[in-house]
Design a protein around this ligand. Structure first.
Ligand SMILES: Nc1ncnc2c1ncn2[C@@H]1O[C@H](COP(=O)(O)OP(=O)(O)OP(=O)(O)O)[C@@H](O)[C@H]1O
Length: 269
């Protein structure tokens, strides 16, 4: 393993947004476009990606993580098109990604596992132990750092997932339903971590929990059937609601109002 700090890590910033999608489409099967003509720019901040089941959130996050290729249109990360696959390694060094389905090695300790992911992200050897310690502390697992993964609860495994996503201090952090399995106290701590991370990086967090968005996000992206329905602040989303819409909070009523024009939002689930 060698230190692989690239020119891009120190180069002056030449892009307006960390993420810019233009008319992006992603086909997932012969008859299904899970992302369908998306134009969207996301910069520094915490962006909550909301939408009903099957809206295309996971597909979009996988595409942003360069796991899936765009079918049409374009996607730029840090000003570079992901169509240039020669740049993927360089782009991935600046991305943190927690997939919805998170795989891990049961016999590794937390420290070994997060360190292994740091190594895969081509972090310099000398930086790894300190970065692992910081990431594990940020998710509240310092006391379990030398325990094997197989001894952790589901919520703790999720927190290790968050630790591996942030270990390289990514400029773009992609989290697919990170709060699933977290207990209420951990969820509160995680929300403050999200806010903190969003001050310096571009954080995209997919969630079904409108409260997560209210508490932690500066920006809401509402997605349905592969299309962008709304982008604005949580206050803008709340303002879209009316008292006759279903929901227990202004944000939930705003969410319902914006989805009510779509067939999927109409009383089905
Ligand atoms: N590999 C695939 N093959 C066929 N269809 C797929 C595939 N992956 C996703 N889809 C379909 O694409 C659509 C979007 O799926 P996706 O998982 O991106 O949605 P989502 O918004 O993340 O949903 P959820 O909230 O349920 O996780 C769904 O209709 C899904 O069935």
């Amino acid at each position: 393993m060698t230190a692989t700090s690239g020119v891009a890590d120190t180069a002056p910033r030449t892009y307006a947004h960390e993420i810019h999608a233009h008319d992006l489409t992603v086909r997932v099967s012969r008859d299904r476009l899970a992302v369908d003509g998306l134009t969207l720019s996301l910069g520094v901040g915490t962006h909550g990606l909301l939408g009903p089941n099957g809206a295309g959130k996971t597909t979009l996050i996988r595409t942003l993580a360069t796991v899936l290729r765009p079918t049409g249109g374009d996607l730029e990360l840090f000003g570079h098109s992901v169509r240039d696959s020669g740049r993927h390694r360089e782009l991935r060094r600046r991305i943190g990604y927690l997939p919805q389905e998170f795989g891990y090695y049961k016999r590794f300790t937390v420290r070994e596992f997060v360190g292994y992911l740091a190594w895969l992200k081509e972090m310099p050897d000398r930086d790894i132990p300190g970065a692992v310690q910081r990431a594990v502390e940020r998710v509240g697992l310092a006391e379990r750092a030398d325990d094997r993964m197989k001894s952790l609860s589901g919520g703790m495994v999720r927190r290790v997932g968050i630790a591996q996503a942030i270990v390289n201090d990514p400029a773009v952090l992609l989290l697919d339903e990170p709060t699933v399995g977290l207990d209420p106290a951990q969820r509160l701590q995680f929300r403050s971590l999200l806010k903190e991370l969003g001050r310096e990086s571009c954080v995209v967090v997919s969630t079904h929990l409108v409260e997560d968005v209210a508490a932690a996000c500066t920006d809401v992206v509402l997605f349905d059937r592969g299309r962008l329905l709304f982008q604005g602040t949580p206050d803008d989303l709340a303002a879209a609601g009316t008292s006759d819409q279903p929901g227990d909070s202004p944000l939930e009523r705003g969410y319902s109002a914006l989805l009510s024009d779509s067939a999927q939002g109409k009383g089905s689930w």
